[in-house]
Design a protein around this ligand. Structure first.
Ligand code: CMP
Length: 140
């Protein structure tokens, strides 16, 4: 099976606790290759645009506030079935429901401060990668 790409964010709760390396190691150990990575401070407009699909949800304002509360690391991950592989190693959205050995179980603090974001489909992965990266920033 050919390698595919997905999009990941290491969220402010993890960057603040100096867990960028630990989270990245868990991604790599799961068979994913980091083919693009940058540490950024998202603007409010960027975060609102990225999470626009959740704009009607009651937690939208808090989600945006949290995502701009500190730096994030946006990454493109490559591997066999990368989107699903990443979702498997991330674990359930709420760390209370996440399986042992997953990033959210081992590292995350709450459903909001849940350490990582990962695309939920190949279609959204392509959209989310293009939201943060130019093609020439991705080196496989
Ligand atoms: P993420 O994968 O980044 O996609 C949307 C995010 O919204 C999700 O991770 C959670 O961090 C956050 N989220 C989902 N449900 C809730 C909730 N009930 N309260 C606060 N944040 C939530």
């Amino acid at each position: 099976m050919a390698a595919t790409r997905t999009f990941s964010i290491i969220k402010p709760d993890a960057t603040k606790r100096n867990l960028t390396g630990k989270v990245t190691q868990m991604l790599e150990d799961a068979g994913l290759r980091v083919v693009a990575s940058k540490r950024i401070q998202m603007t409010r407009a960027q975060a609102e645009g990225f999470y626009a699909v959740h704009s009607e949800r009651p937690f939208f304002g808090e989600l945006v506030d949290f995502m701009i509360s500190g730096p994030v690391v946006v990454q493109v991950l490559e591997g066999e079935n990368a989107m699903q592989r990443n979702r498997d190693i991330m674990g359930a959205t709420n760390p209370a429901d996440a399986a042992p050995g997953t990033i959210r179980k081992e590292v995350a603090e709450s459903i909001e401060a849940n350490s990582v974001h990962g695309s939920d489909s190949d279609e959204n992965a392509a959209i989310e990668i293009a939201y943060f990266f130019n093609e020439d920033e991705i080196v496989g």
